[in-house]
Design a protein. Structure first.
Length: 285
C-alpha cells in the first residue's frame, strides 16, 4: 500500500535525547514535500507514580514544543504538528505508521554498544514491524558522503533502490549502489546490478550513480561501506518482503552502521508502505 500524497513524516519522541532525530526528520519532510508530525506516547502508569500528574504532562508538552522549535529552525515554513497520545510507545507508533510516509526514531545508542542490543529495543521493533519505511537516526551526525543502498536482486531491494534514488535526487547527492556476493553462494552476474539500476534511474536522470559488486559477508561489507555515507538504505528482508521481520543484512546495518539508516519495506513504488505490519519479528537470517 503506497503512502497517500498527504502522508506525514512521523517522529517518535520519547525523551530529550530524541531531539536530534527531529533535525534529520524535518530535512526529510521538507525534501519530500511532506508535513512533519511529532508524536509522544504519554505513559499514564509513570505519571500516576509521580508526585503530580500535571508534572509529567507538562514535561510532555514542553518536549513537543521544543521539538517543533527545532523543526522550524531547520526548515522554516515546514508544516509541523504535535500530538501527545496515551499508550505504549512502540504499539502507538506501529499503529500510526500505517498511514505515514516515513517514521523517524532514534537508535537508542545501539550503534555504539557492540553486540548487546536487545531484540525488544524500540528501534528494532519499529524497523521490523512498522507499516512504512523507518528512518533510524544516530546520535552522531553523518559525513557528507554519498547515499548508499544495498541490493540483492530481489523485488524488495528494487523498492529500496527506487527510494534511494529519490532520496539522492532530493539531496542532490551521489548514489552508491552495492551488491555483495558471498563467494560460495553466488556469482557476480554484473548484468543483474546494471539492470536494476537502469530500471530505477529512468525516473531520476540527474542522479550520479556509482555501482559496485563486492565479495564477502553482505552485512559486514555494507556496515564498512556505510562509514562514509550520509544515509544508508536497505530492504527489511530480501526474500520475504511482505512479512513483518528483519533479515540478517538489515539487522547488521541497524545494529552496527554509524550512518542514519532507512529500512524499506515493499515491492514497487516510492515510497512503499508495508503489509502485515503487526506480524511478529523474526531474527532468523
Amino acid at each position: 500500500m503506497a503512502a497517500g500524497s498527504d502522508a506525514a513524516v512521523l517522529v517518535g519522541l520519547g525523551a530529550e535525547r530524541n531531539l536530534p532525530v527531529v533535525r534529520l526528520a524535518a530535512q526529510e519532510a521538507a525534501a519530500h514535500g511532506r508535513p512533519l508530525c511529532l508524536l509522544h506516547a504519554f505513559n499514564w502508569t509513570a505519571a500516576l507514580e509521580a508526585p503530580s500528574i500535571a508534572g509529567p504532562r507538562a514535561d510532555a508538552e514542553e518536549l513537543i514544543a521544543r521539538a517543533a522549535e527545532i523543526a522550524n529552525e531547520v526548515e522554516p515554513g515546514l508544516p509541523v504538528s504535535g500530538e501527545i497520545i496515551e499508550g505504549a510507545p512502540v504499539a502507538t507508533l506501529i499503529r500510526r505508521s500505517e498511514s505515514a510516509f516515513l517514521l523517524a526514531v532514534g537508535d537508542g545508542g545501539m550503534a555504539t554498544c557492540g553486540d548487546c542490543v536487545p531484540a525488544d529495543a524500540p528501534a528494532v521493533q519499529l524497523a521490523a514491524r512498522a507499516g512504512c519505511p523507518v528512518l533510524v537516526v544516530r546520535r552522531e551526525p553523518p559525513p557528507q558522503g554519498p547515499v548508499l543502498v544495498g541490493v540483492d536482486g530481489s523485488d524488495s531491494s528494487q523498492a529500496a533502490l527506487e527510494f534511494a534514488f529519490d532520496c539522492a535526487a532530493r539531496r542532490e547527492s551521489r548514489l552508491l549502489v552495492v551488491r555483495i556476493v558471498e563467494s560460495e553462494k553466488g556469482t557476480e552476474d554484473p548484468e543483474l546490478l546494471v539492470g536494476m539500476v537502469a530500471k530505477s534511474s529512468r525516473r531520476f536522470p540527474s542522479v550520479a550513480t556509482e555501482c559496485h559488486t563486492l565479495h564477502g559477508d553482505p552485512g559486514t561489507v555494507l556496515v564498512e561501506q556505510s562509514r562514509s555515507a550520509q544515509l544508508v538504505l536497505v530492504a527489511a528482508r530480501g526474500d520475504e518482503p511482505w512479512r513483518g521481520m528483519l533479515g540478517a543484512v538489515s539487522q547488521s546495518l541497524l545494529y552496527h552502521s554509524p550512518a542514519p539508516l532507512i529500512v524499506v519495506r515493499g515491492g514497487t513504488g516510492v515510497p512503499v508502505a508495508g503489509r502485515n505490519a503487526h506480524d511478529a519479528w523474526d531474527q532468523r537470517p
